[in-house]
Design a protein around this ligand. Sequence first.
Ligand SMILES: C[S@@+](CC[C@H](N)C(=O)[O-])C[C@H]1O[C@@H](n2cnc3c(N)ncnc32)[C@H](O)[C@@H]1O
Length: 330
Amino acid sequence: MNILELYSGIGGMHLAFEQSGVAGKVNASIEINNIANQIYRLNFPETNLINTNIEGLTSDYIKKLNIDTILMSPPCQPFTRNGLQNDIKDARTASFFRILKLLPDLDVKYLLIENVKGFENSEMRNILIDVLIENDYKYQEFIISPHQIGVPNSRHRYYCLAKKTDFSFETTCLMETFPNIHEHIDCYKIENIIEQNVDFKKYYLSDQILTKYWSVLDICYKNSTRSCCFTKSYGRFVHGTGSVFTEKSEEVILKLVKELNSSNLEEHEKLGLLKSLGLRFFTPREICRLMCFPENFIFPDYVRDRKKYMVLGNSINVKVVAELIKILNG
Ligand SMILES: C[S@@+](CC[C@H](N)C(=O)[O-])C[C@H]1O[C@@H](n2cnc3c(N)ncnc32)[C@H](O)[C@@H]1O
């Protein structure tokens, strides 16, 4: 595969391609966000990373990049379930339209498109599928999550694989399982991704968060074999943005929560109890691990945790996409 990675962000697709073991190279990547590009450059210094707006691309320009594969995660805000869902009326779909317009002129054999769950019901999805059919692609759509391949993290995402040749399996309507995995896989425990000697002061939940949101927190323990999806707002908001972690056991926490629910505690006593839960955010490295990034993936020193959470929340699960690239190539 000679790859063009569009909307490359911090390079999740690039990592997935490396992890897939498929022969080839990322010939070029395109992304407009400066911080994402600095992180990408640090990790892939050899790659031709182009800082430009995809809306302005031409087929001549892409042809010169010598590619036969496009991997891409277009912006998801137009389709996010708790967003406005303006779909094709959202200006952020303009670059996606641009690629679809150029596609007939390009000699692209393989395509992988990732987006949020919900994209499958969008008008944009119907337009994508029409373009694929008009240009003689075979395609298969999926809604899948890393927990289905043994990773203790839920991240249901829409994927569409398209190629000019037949798939090695019967293509069908939207698949909700991996076609190459037939038995149930147990997820490993969260303790496997926990960093040692984490600076609790840096990652603890503030008094304000504890008091206001303790009842909606999704808590993970060392023994947990699950966690919820980490979004780009992790670390800034707690409700629905990702799980939090405690070294304490589930029994201890449940006992304390029962106490919190039942007793008529003064505010300061309640806060004392909440603090004793020992809750903290997962560190960026731990989230990297849950998203199956390799250990040698690094951030520039000056990038703060909030930014790391943001770019990771925008990225992809590397193992899931690696499996999909193998299927695409198969
Ligand atoms: C869902 S994220 C993709 C993340 C990426 N797959 C990763 O692993 O980090 C979408 C990315 O597209 C970029 N983007 C959005 N519109 C763009 C455009 N018109 N041209 C270039 N990049 C764009 C955003 O800055 C963002 O980083």
